[in-house]
Design a protein around this ligand. Structure first.
Ligand SMILES: [Zn+2]
Ligand SMILES: [Zn+2]
Length: 349
């Protein structure tokens, strides 16, 4: 979900080879160069040039990861309670975390929604699916896709995000979760920050497969899949139980040592990049060039077709388990064949 590496900063502004995806009728307004590439980390023989290029382009010169890391650093130093004060629950520091997260989500998802869908800052340029977001649809809470998405994001998403952050800060302060000592363990901290995207795609794939293949889909995950087309508020628009499962990722820090900064980055990476990767656009563009990659066609395919691309691109679990759709016609035909097989077997999405 959070990979921006299926984006290329030099992609040309044109729609490519998509007509074939629906038997001659082009379902997309724009697609990136195909096939979608997964990370080169696990290829053999190892291609260190490709690995180096992939690592660099995932973070630099500018990326959602780098921006979210910058936000996390700012929060850790200026908008976060002192760790010692979090050893006992008090209204003051818990409310500080909650209000800060609420503001962050409004700034990121609200800012992107304003730029792409209200200001229409770049029209439909680099937009995957040009259908408008639903304004009158009974599928959505309040009959409106944006209001529905905002409601589930702000009321449930930010609350669960903040609750996990409060739990982890309290646990770090009381010694229930291991703490890295700074500055001595700085290299460990840097390594863990760097590895987080790989962990994210693994965790997301596992929980996403779980909620697609059980009764949890209808009861829980279908709420996120109301969005067959997506906007920034769709990313964290989930059922409260899915928020609990999705953000349980941070509980790994009961085993892997952390710092308040790492906890803030871990949770804001999962929440804020959910907004950035669901913009519905390849990214922010200037002069026919994407200067800030955001959305992922990989996950856009999941929202359109449901039973493919459950994970991300850093750790190619979909390729390993046969659910990868790389956007090409050949891949689409394989996907349709898999779906027919599943329907015969009576499986769920
Ligand atoms: Zn999604
Ligand atoms: Zn799904």
């Amino acid at each position: 979900m959070n990979d921006s590496n299926d984006t290329a900063t030099n992609v040309e502004l044109k729609s490519r080879s998509t007509a074939e995806l629906s038997g001659g009728k082009n379902p997309w307004n724009y697609v990136p160069p195909l096939p979608i590439q997964t990370s080169p980390y696990f290829r053999w023989p190892a291609d260190f040039t490709a690995i180096g290029r992939w690592m660099f382009s995932g973070w630099f010169p500018v990326s959602e990861r780098l921006i979210i890391l910058g936000i996390a650093v700012l929060c850790a130093f200026f908008f976060h309670p002192d760790l010692a004060s979090t050893s006992a629950f008090t209204f003051e520091w818990v409310a500080q975390i909650y209000v800060r997260n609420l503001i962050l989500m409004c700034l990121v998802a609200g800012g992107l929604h304003w730029y792409f869908y209200i200001l229409k800052g770049q029209g439909d340029d680099y937009r995957f699916d040009a259908r408008p977001l639903a304004k009158q649809s009974r599928v959505f809470t309040f009959n409106s896709q944006v209001r529905d998405n905002m409601f589930w994001t702000l009321v449930s998403g930010v609350t669960v995000w903040s609750a996990y952050e409060v739990l982890m800060m309290w646990s770090l302060a009381n010694g229930y979760a291991p703490l890295l000592s700074m500055p001595g363990d700085f290299l460990w901290l840097a390594l863990l920050i760097f590895l987080l995207p790989m962990w994210e795609t693994t965790h997301f794939f596992l929980i996403h497969r779980l909620i697609h293949n059980t009764t949890l889909y209808k009861r829980i995950h279908a709420l996120h899949h109301r969005n067959t087309n997506v906007g920034p508020w769709s990313g964290l628009s989930m059922h409260p139980v899915e928020h609990l499962i999705y953000l349980s990722t941070v509980l790994i820090h009961f085993i892997i040592p952390s710092t308040p900064l790492l906890i803030i980055f871990h949770l804001s990476y999962f929440t804020l990049s959910a907004a950035t990767t669901h913009t519905g656009y390849q990214g922010i563009a200037r002069r026919n060039k994407v200067i800030l990659p955001l959305g992922t066609f990989h996950h856009q395919l999941h929202h359109r077709y449901f039973d493919c691309n459950y994970g991300g691109l850093e750790t190619p679990w979909d390729q390993w388990t046969g659910s990868f759709h790389d956007g090409t016609e050949q891949s689409h035909q394989q996907f349709l064949a898999r779906r027919r097989g599943k329907m015969k077997a009576g499986a769920k999405p």
